[in-house]
Design a protein around this ligand. Structure first.
Ligand code: ZN
Length: 93
C-alpha cells in the first residue's frame, strides 16, 4: 500500500519535472529560432551598407557590375573608370 503511494508520488514528481524540462526546451528552442531570425534579418540589412550593395562598380566597357575589390580602375582626365576584367580595360585603352 505504501509502495503504491510512493510510486504515485514519484510518477507525479517525474511528470512535473518532465513538463518543466519540456517547457524550458520549448522556450529555449523558441529563443534560439528568434535569435536566428534576428541575426538572419540583420545580416542582409547590414551587408549592403557594409560595402557590397551600393558600392558595386559598373564596368565602363561592358556595363557589368563588379565588386570594388575585384574590379580594375583607370584614372584618366581626372575621372576614375572601373572595369570588370583586364580584357575590358584593354578594350578601353
Ligand atoms: Zn567589363
Amino acid at each position: 500500500m505504501l509502495r503504491a503511494i510512493v510510486y504515485i508520488v514519484v510518477s507525479i514528481f517525474l511528470i512535473t519535472l518532465l513538463r518543466g524540462i519540456i517547457g524550458i526546451i520549448t522556450k529555449g528552442v523558441g529563443q534560439l529560432f528568434e535569435g536566428e531570425t534576428n541575426t538572419a534579418a540583420t545580416k542582409p540589412g547590414s551587408a549592403p551598407q557594409g560595402g557590397f550593395g551600393g558600392e558595386l562598380m559598373k564596368c565602363s566597357v561592358c556595363g557589368t557590375f563588379a565588386s570594388p575589390v575585384a574590379s580594375l580602375t583607370l584614372q584618366r582626365d581626372g575621372n576614375t573608370y572601373h572595369f570588370c576584367s583586364q580584357g575590358c580595360r584593354a578594350k578601353f585603352t
